[in-house]
Design a protein around this ligand. Structure first.
Ligand code: NDP
Ligand code: OXD
Length: 310
């Protein structure tokens, strides 16, 4: 079995060490910066790795990212050009994201922000209540997370459409692709959920042009990455009434700084990057399986296409 190094500026090592020991007792696991002989480390387990850590491991064959999004590892200048980058696909994380999306879409569909605000003013006023079938929801990204979320919303009765690079087909979900497809999807989305990976093509995708294409009074849910959103464009769209609400789980700077205007905005819901957290209990067996395959000279599942960025 190989030697692996745990590299993270935010995740605690102890729970990962304990769970990986249960599922792969033969793994020799160390934690940055106590890595001993750097040349003998063949795999890294990384989530927001410390600057310089990947570059200090000259014989890395693979980096297993301990989450679904890999942009932070792909952007690391120390990532060896030939190392495989493997991302985490954990069915429990997928289920958690679908719960989050359902919760936020229902919040917006049932006008929770309006009713909370009315309660604060002791106002008894009932708003019109469209059926789910009359509520058009758009999902940006129909990958592991987006497709499951789209299907769950469809089961709940919503009129769901999705946008992907290759025009992914899903039963009951209207299909959009490409630049024209993006604006067409926006035009029919009263609630737009972002579940795209962060790449050169998708950075700043939630911008004034996209908001202008949406129906007046629409809402967005961003649970992918903060850099997808042009923050000033969102504030302007909320001020003009083009958008009526935003639910944001991810931010350009995390934790969201205390002085940031999103915290106190009456039409913005902030959650602390908690939509679908990595759980070492469910993720460790998946990581262990990938390391086992690497040790056997086989390619693990869920290898990222580096040139594509996801
Ligand atoms: P996947 O790689 O499985 O899916 C990505 C989807 O985005 C695919 O459908 C892909 O299209 C589509 N896509 C990528 N680039 C483009 C583009 N340029 N134009 C149109 N569509 C595009 O990712 P996941 O579903 O696993 O995860 C999505 C993201 O969610 C992660 O990258 C991460 O940033 C975020 N995330 C957030 C969490 C949180 O707690 N807030 C937790 C976990 C993940 P195609 O199918 O054609 O390839
Ligand atoms: C992830 C995340 O990408 O937690 O897994 O955001």
């Amino acid at each position: 079995m190989m030697r692996a190094a745990f590299l993270s500026t935010v995740l605690p090592f102890a729970p990962w060490a304990a769970e990986l020991k249960r599922h792969l007792p033969e793994l020799a696991l160390c934690c940055w910066p106590e890595i001993g002989d750097a040349a003998s480390v063949e795999a890294a387990l990384a989530w927001l790795p410390p600057p310089g850590a990947l570059g200090a491991l000259p014989n890395l064959r693979a980096v297993h990212v301990l989450g679904a999004g890999v942009e932070h590892v792909l952007a690391d200048p120390g990532l060896p050009p030939k190392a495989l980058v493997v991302r985490l696909v954990d069915p429990w994380m997928t289920a958690a994201m679908s719960e989050y999306v359902a919760q936020q879409v229902l919040r917006l569909h049932r006008r929770e922000l309006d009713y909370r605000e009315q309660q604060a003013r002791r106002v008894w006023h009932e708003h019109a209540q469209p059926n789910a079938a009359d509520r058009r929801v758009g999902i940006l990204g129909l990958g592991v997370l987006g497709s499951e979320a789209a299907l769950r919303l469809e089961v709940m009765g919503f009129d769901v459409a999705g946008w992907s690079r290759t025009g992914r087909r899903l039963k009951g979900i209207a299909r959009f692709e490409g630049a024209d497809g993006l604006l067409a999807l926006a035009a029919r989305s009263e609630i737009l959920v972002n579940l795209l990976p962060l790449t050169r093509e998708t950075e700043n995708i939630l911008d004034a042009r996209l908001f202008a294409a949406m129906p007046r009074g629409a809402a967005i849910v961003n649970c992918a990455r903060g850099a997808h959103l042009v923050e000033a464009d969102l504030l302007a769209a909320l001020a003009s009434g083009q958008l009526s609400a935003a639910v944001l789980d991810v931010f350009r700077e995390e934790p969201l700084p205390p002085a940031h205007p999103f915290w106190s905005h009456p039409r913005i819901v902030v959650t602390p990057h908690s939509a679908a957290a990595t759980n070492p209990v469910t993720a460790a067996p998946i990581v262990a399986q990938a390391l086992r395959r690497l040790a056997e000279g086989k390619t693990p599942a869920n290898v990222v296409k580096r040139e594509r960025g996801y």
